[in-house]
Design a protein around this ligand. Sequence first.
Ligand code: ADE
Ligand code: ZN
Ligand code: ZN
Length: 296
Amino acid sequence: MKSFLTILLPILLTSFITIPSPVNAWGAEAHKTIGQIAQNFLKPDIARKVAALFQDKSFGGQLPLASLWADEVKHRRGPFGVWSAPLHFLDTLDDPGRSCSVDMERDCPDAKCVVGAIANYTTQLDCANGYDKFTRDIALRFLAHFFGDITQPLHVCGREKGGNEVIITFDGQRENLHAIWDTQMVEKRLQDFESDFVQYSDFLTKNIQNGEYTSESKDWVSCNNSPNSTTLCPLTWAIDTNAINCPFVWDTVDKNPNIDLGGGYYSDAVPIIDKQIAKGGYRLGVFLNLILSKSC
Ligand code: ADE
Ligand code: ZN
Ligand code: ZN
C-alpha cells in the first residue's frame, strides 16, 4: 500500500490536475473584457460572420469566451499546445526602467512572438487568402486572445521573463509581478464593477464612444490605414505597450522592492490598465469589421 501511495498516487494526481504555470497571459477577466468590448463594436453582419466561424459552440458565438481558448490549449499536448506558448509575448532585450525599445530582429527571431503571430493569423483569417474554414476559425481564436496579450506591458518586456521571476507583495500576498499585472490588479479593478466583466466592458466602451478616450482612440487604430497594416499594426502596438515599462511598471519595484503594490502602485496603475484593455478591445472590433467585411 505504501508503495502504491508513494509511486502511483502522484502520477495519477498530476495526470488529472493541471498545474498552474508561472508563464501566464492577461488573466481570464482581462481577456473576456477585451472580447466583450470588441463584440460591442462589431457591425451586425460581422458579428454573424464571427459566430459562423466558431465551430466550438461553447463560445456562444461570441468573442469573450473564444478569447480564452489560446490559454487553455497552450500547455496541453495536442495540435495547438506547447509550440504556441512563445506566441503570447515578445521578450524585448531592452533595459526597462532606463530604456525601452522593440527590435524585431533582436527580439522576435523567426516571427515566434506575439507580433509575428498577429501578422500570421491575420493572413490566415483574411478570406482573400483562401484558407479553409477550420484554419480561419483557429486564426480568429488566436487573434481574439493575442490582441489582448499585446496590450499587457509585461507581455512586451523580456526583463526577468516579463516579471514572472520577480516576487513581490500585493494586498499582503506574495505573488510574481507578471501575475499581479495579469490577474490581481484586474480583479481588484473589477470589484468597482460588481466583479462583472460586462459592466466593466460597457464602462470602457462608453469611454471610447463618447468620453475620455474618444479623441485618442483614432490613434489606437490608425495603423489600419497603412498598406502594410498586417505587420505594421502589431509592431506599432507592441512599441506602444513596451513603452509603459519604462516610466511605470518597474520604477516603484526597483526603488522599493519591499513595498505592497496593492496601495499607491495599484491606484496609479488603474488608468493604465483601463486604457490598455480599452485599446485591445477597440482594436479587435475595428480590425474584425475591416477584415471580415470582404465577400470572397
Ligand atoms: N515567458 C517569458 N517571457 C514572458 C513574457 N514576457 N510574458 C509572458 N510569459 C513569458
Ligand atoms: Zn496569452
Ligand atoms: Zn501574462
